[in-house]
Ligand binder design. Structure first.
Ligand code: BEZ
Length: 387
């Protein structure tokens, strides 16, 4: 090779490595796509609080990079979700997407993330498809799949000896898949679902359906609602006189972040979730204290999921020295990491969804008290994931 060619190659290498260095030293652009209005607004805020708390604990930087936030209120509206996520990806050129709460919105984000090879960490939206046919090397979840807490509660309800159940939920992925998880375990344990009641998201006109439940007289009711609508449903169920005759079960979303508003109507309810208020571990106590001091609020499962999304981002970034273009190395680091979550340590599955314990909780004095482990180390079956 001639000296001139060698000099050219060396110069090009310097330009490239300087560009890479400049990129890893620039601020990391984080796109937060969450609901800040509507029935899930409190969930979106708790996720952002948790995310920012972890970053603050690291001195405001992850893997040496400062963060710059770009925010979109997705309104829990799937029809607007593709346009919204494209604002973050194509207009703001974010390095990583964090979102969202609603399964339909999370699926739209996963599609765009997959098509554009953008990193995505889902801090709530449980759509089973994200751990199934939509799974991808650049997509991770710090929360759960809808199937998981439903399945855990199906086992609990069957073990309690209930033989019949009515389900009631919104007609969209989260409700349908939560009920399907419950049904799978409940029927395996000898139970039968006698009626599946639904209403469109985010409708809260529960009265007619509550009358149907009273007429069906099942042994138990399983429900999925969350946020402000979970408050209304639990109150309406008690006010209709059903609570004292037909036990109400659900994933922990029906009582997480809602207990102050639900008051007496939630006392005694059993739920299953990957978090509880009284874990009383050193890790969780420190997290809860730090969260309460910072936000003058008690944390809930959504805050934990936001906090862990930031932890997961930090683990991946550290492995690639802040260079998000190294997607394979980023994923490899997360696949072998044990995430030190306030919920208890967990690892992610091959499909990038947490494998975690599901606690059985009971509401007592406005707390979701942990009374045992419903299912240990539960992994979503990742049906249809090819990765
Ligand atoms: C969902 O849409 O996946 C969801 C929303 C709120 C709580 C849990 C799941």
């Amino acid at each position: 090779m001639k000296t001139f060619q060698k000099t050219l190659i060396a110069a090009a290498a310097v330009v490239l490595s300087t560009a890479a260095l400049a990129q890893t030293q620039a601020k990391l652009k984080v796109g937060l796509m969450l609901p800040y209005t509507g029935t899930y607004a409190a969930l979106g805020n708790a996720i952002e609080n948790g995310f920012r708390l972890y970053v603050a604990e690291q001195g405001g930087k992850l893997a040496g990079r400062e963060l710059e936030f770009f925010k979109v209120d997705d309104e829990s509206a799937p029809p607007k979700a593709t346009d919204n996520v494209n604002k973050l990806v194509k207009r703001d050129h974010v390095d990583v997407l964090i979102g969202s709460v609603h399964s339909g919105v999370a699926m739209a984000m996963a599609k765009v993330a997959k098509d554009t090879n953008t990193l995505l960490i889902v801090p709530n939206g449980g759509a089973d498809a994200i751990t199934g046919p939509m799974c991808a090397p650049n997509i991770f979840r710090s929360s759960f799949s809808n199937w998981q807490p439903g399945f855990a509660m199906g086992e609990v309800a069957a073990k309690k000896g209930h033989k019949t159940a009515v389900t009631i939920t919104w007609k969209y992925a989260a409700g349908d898949e939560s009920v399907a998880g419950f049904k799978e375990a409940f029927e395996k344990g000898g139970g039968k679902i006698v009626k599946q009641l639904t209403l469109p998201f985010p409708n809260e006109e529960f009265q007619v359906l509550l009358t149907e439940i009273a007429a069906a007289k099942p042994d138990a009711v399983y429900t999925f609602f969350a946020g402000a609508s979970a408050v209304k449903f639990v109150k309406d169920y008690a006010a209709a006189g059903l609570k004292k005759n037909i036990p109400l079960y659900g994933p922990g979303f029906i009582t997480d972040g809602t207990l102050e508003a639900q008051g007496e109507s939630a006392e005694g309810l059993f739920t299953t979730l990957h978090y509880a208020d009284s874990l009383n571990t050193k890790r969780d106590n420190e997290f809860r204290l730090s969260y309460a001091k910072t936000y003058k609020l008690q944390p809930d499962v959504y805050a934990v999921q936001g906090y862990d999304a930031a932890q997961m981002l930090a683990i991946g970034l550290k492995a690639v020295n802040g260079d998000v273009s190294k997607k394979a190395e980023f994923a490899a680091a997360l696949e072998k990491a044990k995430i030190d979550s306030p919920r208890g340590p967990f690892m992610i599955s091959k499909a990038h969804n947490p494998v975690q314990d599901f606690y059985l909780r009971q509401v007592s004095n406005k707390e979701n008290k942990m009374i045992g482990i419903a299912v240990k180390g539960l992994a979503d079956p990742a049906r249809g994931c090819k990765m």
